[in-house]
Structures are given as structure tokens and as C-alpha cells.
Ligand binder design. Structure first.
Ligand SMILES: [Zn+2]
Length: 632
């Protein structure tokens, strides 16, 4: 049966005919030295393929660009002939050799949660970037030997399983898909751990700046308990690994079956909004352990890594996960009820500034993720909606719908649990859209019919007012023209800049303001201001910073004269200013009313209050004293 995950006990002492050996002598120059030993099993040739993309990140990245094959030898040290078959595939002519030995180097200098990165301080290996598989042999065990000098780098943190306790450390995966899905952090990072449900949760903290390790462990512990309570049953893994990269100006995450990787600016953890983003991201990636990795769209595994894997279901794996990344922090007690409603209102506001929702359905946005969402054009929001954003709002309306139709007895969670049970019964195959809707309907008894499919296929507004009112919520749009602030108890500030809407977003660049995005149909679009233009002056006053821009715009009347440069030439235009409108969610239902009861039901935690138990003390693990902990 096809597997996307494994337990450590299954891999211990398991032999493999395909083995990679990684060494790091040139890591300071971002180079990873790779050797590969493969039993040929008498085959006349073997085709080696390096993936072009990595699961969870739907973009062709052509990792082969950074991969150089240095040569292939037989047991006697004779050079074997190599023939390139495709841009990312080469054929080794085995010439009756029993084993072939391949030597390659990978240049890993892109720092992200999805790319291999090496430096003199650490190595972060994403096997899908740098380790080729052998066509037709992806489903057999693979070994990975890490030749690292323990005096230089003390720790290896990875969901890959130990094969033995020798040195250098030998790790294993049941299949190539599992290997590709298993990031490896090597270096002198800090390691913490907590045990939940009898499973060890390791946390690698990769950070030059201090972060509060104890707080991180407590937070992880809380998230694991609440997400686990959401899904019920047993935790679907024997061990889980969190790899947290703390570095300036980064933000992102990537999920795997038994691990995930987050990148966050440590400065964000020193203020509320940044910490909220971190908490949402943490809940999001961990929720994927179920929704996205184990409940997955048809075709998402086994993977063919050279070409796109299309799916219309990213509204489920990403949209539904984004909805719960907002509710889960509330259930974890990280957000107040007010903050929960503010986060949801912000999603509505964000989508209201995506004119692309009128051009592409969320289903098609998912299908075209490879060239749309991951294309990252600054004009993108004008042309299509994100399946994360619109998918999350669809999930919310769906949740309300199920609550209302069942008088609060069922909710979206029940449908997802049913999907999880079905996924467990047939892990070898993912779901079609019809199967997903079928499972949601069977579990809740609500006939979703054509209305739900319309939300997925429509290019228009979602029926917020109608559905929110069913749980006693009202969506109100406020315009914030002037703001008031006081000194002491009652002495007023002078007039402060108000919030104006122009449809422009700008960035500061070497003392000037450059247009980053222009919202379709907005005053800026009507004024003919374009992405990439440089804004020079407003009403004859030179503007060089965002603070100055905000002040001038905020104090101006109905329009300003803009002097800007496009393509090296100056132009002037009139930019109208509209009051900025923001949505607010108000609880309107009176206590005791049916709507209010549904509202309370919607808010209530999925299961009994998770108990706080003592954390495992910070435990330093090095692969060379692994025996007490990972013995099967
Ligand atoms: Zn996600």
C-alpha cells in the first residue's frame, strides 16, 4: 500500500539498496557534497531524476539549475557513461556493474522554508531539492548518511527515522516520497521538546537572536493539544518535528507529514500583531498534519516531481486550514473573542480589495496556483482571488450553514472528521471534490447541493450578510475619516491625518516612493498611476517617505495633484481620495435567542478543555547519543 508517512520503528534496521551520503566540507560556500550508492539489480541502465518542485509549494522551481553531476563510477572505480535524457533526468549506463557510485554537488544559497540552504553555520536540507530519485524505484527504502563533524555541528533534527546507532548517523525513509517530505536541520541550533499523547514533539530553534524557548515550547504544547482535540482519535504520527527559523524579514511555513518548517522574524514575537501572525502560522501548519497531508486531493501522492500536479481542491487544504488558523488561536486562548472577530473582519476587508474575485473562481484559482498565486505578479490580486483567503471565508460560511441547518448539533468539524476517517481507511488515494462534498454531507446530514458548488465556481461576492446573521453577527462598514486622540483625560490633539483610500500601495526605495500595487477600479487606477511608477510630489510638496505620504494624504481634501515618473518621464495626475472603509463584526443577537445559541455553539471549543501538563525539560539531542530515546 502506498504510504506518505512512516513510524520510526518501521525503519529501524531496515536495509536499503539506495543510499545518499551527504558531507559538508564546502558548506561555508553554500555547497552540499552528495554521494549516492545504488545496487543496480542487474539493470542495464538507471534513470536519475531531480524534482522540479516540492510538494506544498506549487511552483516549478527547476532545482536542477543548482545541481551538478560530477561523475558516476562502478565498484572498480571505472567511469560509467552518462546520457542526459531530459533537463532534470540523466541515464547511467551500468555496464554490468552491481553497484554504481554517483558524485554530485548542490549549490544551496536560497534561504526559505522550501529550499536547501547551507552556510558556515548551518545546513538546512530539503531532499526534494537536491537528491535525485531513480525512476521506477521510488517506492523502495532509501538511506541517508550524514557525514558531519560533531565538533563543528552537534545536532541533526529531522523526521527521518534512524536506521542504526552507528556513526556517522544513518537515517531512513520507506519511500522516496517520504524522503522528499522530510527536511533536515543540521548545526548548533537549540532543541526543545514536549510530549503530548505519548508522542515526542521535537522543536529545533534556529536563531541568532534570543527567543523565549520556554514560551515557544508551551505554545507548541498548547497548539498540539487543541488541534488534536479538534480531530479526535489518536495522534496520526509517532513523533513530530517542528523546525523554526528565526531570521530578520522572513515569514512563511511549509507542511510535511511528520514535521513542518516555519520562518519568522524574531522581532515579530516582541509585539502583539507579529505574535498573532506567528500563532496563526503555527496553527495553520500543524493543522495540515491532518488537512493537506493525510486528507489530500486526488493526485497529491504518489508524486511525479517533474510536472505540475493540478488540483481544484486547494480551497479545502489551504482555505479551510486558513479558517481554522483563525479559530484555533481563539480556542487555544491566544485570542480574545474580540480579536477573533477582528481577524475575521480583516479577511473580509482583504478580499474586498481583490477585484480578481470577479474574474476567477476559487476552484480555478486552485487549479492555476502554479502560474497564478505562485507567480507572484503585483497585478495578481486584480486578476484572481487567493484560494487561501476566499477559501477561508467559504469555510466560515459553510460552518455557519451546517450549524444553522442542524440547530447547532453539527458543524464543519464533523465533516472534516469524517473525511479524516475515510482518509485513514484508504491512505493510498486522495479525494475528488465530489467525495469531499459527499463526506461533508454524510457526516452532517446537510445537503450542500448546488449552493456550495456555486461558491466554489462563482466569480462574485459571497453572501456574508445573509449567513452571518444566522449566528447573530452583523457586518458593518465604517469609514474612518478623522481620528481623535487625547492628552491626559480630555485635552484634544490637533487634527490627525485620517484614513484615506487610494488603491495604491507604496514602498520606500532609496529616498523615493515606488508604486507596488494598484487596485483595479480604485482612484489610483482611474488616475492612471501604474505599478513601478515613482511618486515625486503631492500638491507640489516633495514626498520621500511613507509617513510623509500618509500625513499629506490624510490631511488633504477630496483630491491631490500627484507628480510622478513613469518610464523615466514626468507626468501629473489628479488622485481622488476616498474615506477608507473597514468592516466590523458586531454581535447583534440577544442572549437566549436561537441566533445567539448558534453563535455560542460556533465559538465553543471542539472538545474538553485541554489540560496543561508538565513539559519535558529542554533536552539536547545529538544523533550520537540517540539510543535512550529512539529505540523502537
Ligand atoms: Zn498551508
Amino acid at each position: 500500500m502506498y504510504r506518505l508517512d512512516q513510524n520510526d520503528t518501521e525503519v529501524f534496521a531496515l536495509p536499503a539498496d539506495i543510499c545518499y551520503v551527504l558531507s559538508f566540507e564546502r558548506a561555508d560556500r553554500h555547497l552540499l557534497d552528495i554521494r549516492m550508492e545504488v545496487s543496480t539489480r542487474g539493470e542495464p541502465w538507471l534513470d536519475f531524476v531531480l524534482p522540479s518542485w516540492t510538494p506544498g509549494s506549487y511552483k516549478i522551481r527547476e532545482f536542477i539549475t543548482n545541481f551538478t553531476l560530477e561523475g558516476v563510477l562502478d565498484e572498480q572505480g571505472h567511469l560509467l557513461e552518462v546520457e542526459w535524457r531530459e533537463k532534470n533526468c540523466f541515464r547511467v549506463l551500468c555496464d554490468h556493474a552491481e553497484k554504481v557510485y554517483l558524485k554530485a554537488v548542490y549549490f544551496g544559497n536560497e534561504r526559505s522554508v522550501r529550499t536547501t540552504y547551507l552556510s558556515r553555520w548551518q545546513a538546512f536540507i530539503m531532499p526534494s531539492n537536491c537528491l535525485p530519485y531513480i525512476r521506477g524505484r521510488q517506492f523502495e527504502p532509501h538511506h541517508l548518511v550524514i557525514e558531519v563533524d560533531p565538533a563543528r555541528w552537534r545536532h541533526i533534527t529531522t523526521p527521518l527515522s534512524p536506521v542504526d546507532f552507528g556513526f556517522p548517523p544513518r537515517l531512513g525513509a520507506l519511500t522516496y516520497d517520504i524522503l522528499a517530505d522530510s527536511p533536515i536541520q543540521i548545526g548548533n541550533h537549540r532543541i526543545c521538546a514536549c510530549t503530548v499523547g505519548g508522542r515526542l514533539h521535537e522543536i529545533a530553534l534556529v536563531s541568532d537572536e534570543p527567543v523565549d524557548d520556554e514560551w515557544i515550547v508551551r505554545t507548541v504544547d498548547r497548539v498540539v493539544r487543541v488541534v488534536w482535540a479538534f480531530w479526535g482519535g489518536e495522534l496520526p504520527y509517532d513523533r513530530y518535528v517542528f523546525i523554526f527559523h528565526f531570521a530578520p524579514n522572513v515569514f512563511g511555513g511549509l507542511e510535511h507529514a511528520r514535521s513542518h518548517v516555519l520562518a519568522v522574524d524574531p522581532a515579530a514575537l516582541r509585539e502583539l500583531a507579529g505574535t498573532h501572525r506567528f500563532l496563526r502560522l503555527l496553527c495553520h501548519e500543524f493543522f495540515h498534519t491532518w488537512n493537506g497531508k493525510r486528507i489530500r486531493p486526488e493526485g497529491h501522492g504518489p508524486f511525479e516531481y517533474s510536472h505540475e500536479h493540478y488540483t481544484q481542491l486547494l480551497w479545502l487544504t489551504e482555505g479551510v486550514t486558513t479558517y481554522y488558523e483563525i479559530l484555533l488561536p481563539y480556542w487555544c486562548d491566544f485570542f480574545t473573542q474580540r480579536e477573533l472577530l477582528v481577524h475575521l473582519a480583516l479577511e473580509i476587508e482583504q478580499l474586498s480589495h481583490v477585484p480578481g474575485r470577479f474574474y476567477l473562481s476559487v476552484r480555478d484559482s486552485s487549479f492555476l496556483a502554479w502560474v497564478k498565486l505562485y507567480g507572484r505578479s503585483p497585478d495578481g490580486p486584480n486578476r484572481f482571488p487567493s484560494y487561501y483567503l476566499k477559501g477561508a471565508l467559504i469555510a466560515w460560511l459553510l460552518d455557519i450553514w451546517i450549524l444553522e441547518q442542524t440547530a447547532g448539533r453539527k458543524r464543519l468539524q464533523d465533516g472534516l472528521r469524517e473525511l479524516w476517517q475515510r482518509a485513514r481507511r484508504r491512505p493510498e488515494r486522495g479525494f475528488t471534490e465530489d467525495e469531499v462534498i459527499g463526506a461533508l454531507e454524510d457526516a452532517t446530514g446537510v445537503s450542500l447541493g448546488s449552493t456550495f458548488v456555486e461558491w466554489l465556481t462563482d466569480r462574485g461576492e459571497l453572501p456574508y450578510a445573509d449567513f452571518l446573521s444566522r449566528i447573530g453577527l452583523q457586518l458593518q462598514w465604517h469609514s474612518a475619516l478623522d481620528r481623535e486622540r487625547l492628552f491626559g483625560e480630555k485635552y484634544m490633539f490637533g487634527r490627525l491625518p485620517g484614513m484615506r483610500f487610494t488603491g495604491l500601495s507604496l514602498r520606500e526605495e532609496r529616498g523615493s516612493l515606488v508604486v507596488e500595487t494598484v487596485e483595479e477600479f480604485s482612484p489610483a487606477a482611474i488616475a492612471g498611476i501604474a505599478i513601478g511608477d515613482e511618486i515625486i510630489a503631492l500638491n507640489g510638496v516633495r514626498v520621500q517617505s511613507l509617513t510623509q505620504w500618509d500625513a499629506l494624504i490624510g490631511m488633504a481634501d477630496e483630491a491631490v495633484e500627484v507628480l510622478a515618473a513613469s518610464d523615466g518621464r514626468l507626468y501629473t495626475t489628479r488622485l481622488a481620495l476616498k474615506p477608507r472603509r473597514s468592516p466590523r463584526l458586531q454581535v447583534q443577537a440577544t442572549e437566549g435567542s436561537p441566533q445567539h445559541r448558534l453563535f455560542e455553539r460556533w465559538l465553543c471549543r471542539p472538545l474538553p478543555e485541554p489540560v496543561d501538563v508538565e513539559l519535558v525539560p529542554l533536552s539536547l539531542w545529538s544523533p550520537w547519543d540517540v539510543e535512550p530515546r529512539l529505540l523502537p
